[in-house]
Design a protein. Structure first.
Length: 475
């Protein structure tokens, strides 16, 4: 059943119908559309537009239709333009003309944005819950390797020795920021657009705040034009998902490098690796590489929606139909990547000896010399210069800086006595970094405790949000 056309003398051309059709991708909104329409019907009854008997009949039919949609026994057909027309067709099939009465006082403009918000709320909660599992695995792995010495890198060059648990824990920190962004997004976007109509509000639904609360929103819109044209919530969700993708890509890059023969640090589990169709010996880090590669899709989806939004005037424009496919793709992409990447992190083991062997290469202990001198009152600029001369001396002898003898160190500066040996080692250097957020085991134990506490709060938060949402959406 067409939702418009009374003033037209003929229907749209076939090419226009094909271009306009969206039901092949917006059908995923069907469960949310059912729930929003039930709330709308109750609002019509409260306003006296529908009598209680008709409102009950429509609501019962919508519930039945929702069950058929869930069971897969009702779905779109070729003549359906979008999810809304498909559901109205199903309702008219059950109730006859009464099935068209529920459309009073609302537009597809406010209906679709309400559906879409509920879809995103539902799936951002799901993404958040999946992220807490990845944080948990990284924090567990950081605890396992909290006393493993490894090279630290800047510019992909050896920098200073670090505790490898510290390296792993950095990913928990980044992902917890993503979880914080999701929590903020959920709070900021708990505003219902239902009741905004096409753009001017509704003469038949005077209290949209009632429907807002029934649907689990904190409040209703304050401006009906903004309500139907706003897609900030989409762009912001796409940014959050793209940013998560960037973090996952960084993880993928590191695991890809660590599993190479050149690094030889990481041993990937067979269940989270793949082989080659021609080279029998290969064990490829495909999970890590796919996480890295799919981040491009997430960034691209954000970019495409921002480009679509940048020049839209006034209220609703049909361009806004282009907000859904990129968003659906980003959600599906993330929810596909996260379980596989979480399994990869959980099942990977690391070679402590191999990591420790490389920790002091590249004169990685040179900063320890500068710090030693600074603790003796030498201005750091001068201490830095002396340390650089030690590196120069070591290179002239074909040694690492920590391999210089006591005599060779004293030949550079008389203050470099034998007591420097306490920190001129990977273990000593790492142990000295006891500052908050530092790389010592002592600091990492505190960090891990904090990470677990913060993640547990998010686990409880998303469990509660999921429970509340399921209760709200239940019909």
């Amino acid at each position: 059943m067409a939702l418009w056309g009374g003033r037209f003398t003929q229907g749209p051309a076939e090419s226009v119908a094909i271009l306009s059709r969206s039901v092949h991708f917006d059908w995923v909104l069907a469960p949310y559309d059912i729930r929003v329409n039930i709330a709308h019907v109750r609002g019509l009854a409260q306003a006296g537009i529908l009598n209680d008997d008709d409102a009950q009949k429509i609501s019962i039919a919508l519930v039945a239709l929702g069950e058929e949609i869930a069971a897969g026994t009702f779905g779109p057909i070729a003549s359906d333009e979008d999810v809304h027309s498909a559901i109205e067709r199903g309702l008219v099939g059950k109730l006859g003309d009464l099935g068209g009465a529920f459309r009073a006082g609302r537009s597809r403009n406010d209906l679709v944005v309400t559906d879409f918000k509920l879809y995103l709320i539902d799936h951002m909660i799901e993404i958040g819950a999946a992220l807490t599992l990845l944080v948990e695995e990284f924090t567990t792995k950081a605890d396992e390797y909290k006393d493993a010495i490894a090279p630290g890198f800047t510019h992909l060059q050896h920098a200073q020795p670090i505790n490898f648990g510290h390296e792993l824990a950095k990913h928990s920190q980044a992902l917890l920021r993503d979880l914080s962004r999701i929590r903020d997004w959920l709070a900021r976007n708990s505003v219902s657009p239902l009741g905004a109509g096409a753009l001017a509000g509704s003469a038949l639904q005077p209290h949209p705040e009632n429907s807002a609360h029934e649907l689990g929103f904190s409040t209703a819109h304050q401006n009906s034009i903004d309500a139907v044209s706003d897609r900030d919530f989409v762009a912001e969700a796409l940014f959050i998902m793209a940013n998560i993708g960037v973090h996952l890509s960084r993880i993928g890059e590191e695991y890809t490098l660590w599993s190479t023969s050149e690094f030889g640090w990481a041993k990937l589990d067979d269940a989270f690796s793949t082989g080659s169709s021609i080279m029998p010996q290969k064990k490829n880090p495909d999970i890590a590489e796919l996480a890295r590669g799919k981040s491009g899709r997430l960034i691209g989806n954000l970019t495409s929606v921002l480009a679509m939004l940048k020049g839209l005037p006034f209220a609703y424009n049909r361009d806004l139909q282009e907000d859904k496919e990129p968003t659906f793709d980003s959600v599906t992409t993330l929810l596909t990547i996260l379980p596989a990447l979480t399994g990869m992190v959980e099942s990977t083991s690391f070679d402590r000896l191999r990591m420790a062997e490389g920790a002091v290469k590249g004169h990685a202990l040179a900063t320890e010399i500068a710090d030693f001198l600074a603790r003796q009152g030498v201005p750091f600029a001068h201490a830095h210069e002396i340390s650089g001369k030690c590196v120069q001396r070591a290179e002239s002898l074909g040694k690492e800086v920590h391999e210089l003898s006591d005599e060779e160190l004293l030949s550079v500066d008389a203050r470099l006595g034998s007591e420097i040996r306490q920190t001129l080692s990977a273990v000593g250097g790492v142990a000295s970094r006891t500052s908050l957020g530092g790389t010592s085991t002592q600091s990492i134990i505190k960090q891990i405790h904090d990470l677990n506490s913060r993640n547990q709060l998010f686990i409880e938060y998303f469990d509660s949000k999921r429970s509340d949402f399921l209760e709200m959406i239940h019909i």
